[in-house]
Design a binder for this molecule. Structure first.
Ligand code: 5GP
Length: 185
């Protein structure tokens, strides 16, 4: 669905990325990835469920072979903030030993979930672990871990669409927008 189907749910004057803007940016990132991983096998690891759309479009933008695998994690937190205490709901099927791993994320907020994930994946003996995220919020920029590929840096607002949900809805929205406060208050 597109914006017309959720009329009034989004703040139209806030952060908003159209399907076309997202596609264009992911294609640019795909060219960088092709260059950086030239001659090396690449395993994309998507974090369920939010990264489904990013993974689908980024992987198809890559003009080379890649493997794809998925993890599902749940982060214990109070309210809307994660705590960094993470539980694996679905683990990878792939052995990471000697592999070049690129984690594909939808959004990084505090970065706590991701920090935990990187430590966990690095303990499995991969050749390298890097991160690609479509969106990054300000707090994540102070993270210790470097994020190699960032689609867009956005302000501190709650966004939905293109895989990102509110109460499991809006994931199938083609664009990304800021949720209007009357929806969650
Ligand atoms: P972090 O550990 O970086 O604080 O949490 C990242 C996770 O929080 C994301 O994978 C996502 O599930 C959720 N999250 C953070 N900010 C937003 C947002 O603006 N919108 C939505 N829908 N989820 C968010």
């Amino acid at each position: 669905m597109d914006q017309t189907h959720v009329d009034g749910d989004l703040e139209l004057d806030q952060t908003l990325f159209t399907e076309e803007q997202i596609t264009t940016r992911l294609r640019e990132i795909a060219r960088e990835i092709e260059k950086d991983y030239d001659g090396r096998d690449l395993l994309l690891v998507g974090v369920l469920k939010g990264a489904v759309m990013v993974m689908a479009d980024l992987a198809r933008s890559l003009d080379r072979h890649v493997e794809m695998d998925w993890m599902a994690v749940s982060s214990y937190g109070s309210g809307t903030k994660s705590s960094g205490v993470v539980r694996i709901l679905k683990d990878l099927d792939t052995d990471l030993n000697g592999r070049h791993v690129l984690i594909v994320e939808d959004i990084i907020d505090t970065g706590l979930t991701l920090s935990w994930l990187i430590t966990n994946l690095k303990s499995r003996g991969p050749a390298s672990v890097e991160i690609a995220t479509l969106l990054r919020k300000p707090e994540a920029q102070q993270m210790d871990v470097a994020v190699k590929y960032v689609g867009f840096d956005i302000p501190n607002a709650f966004v939905v669409g293109y895989g990102l949900d509110f109460n499991e809805k809006y994931r199938n929205l083609r664009c990304i927008g800021t949720l209007a406060p009357h929806i969650y208050s």
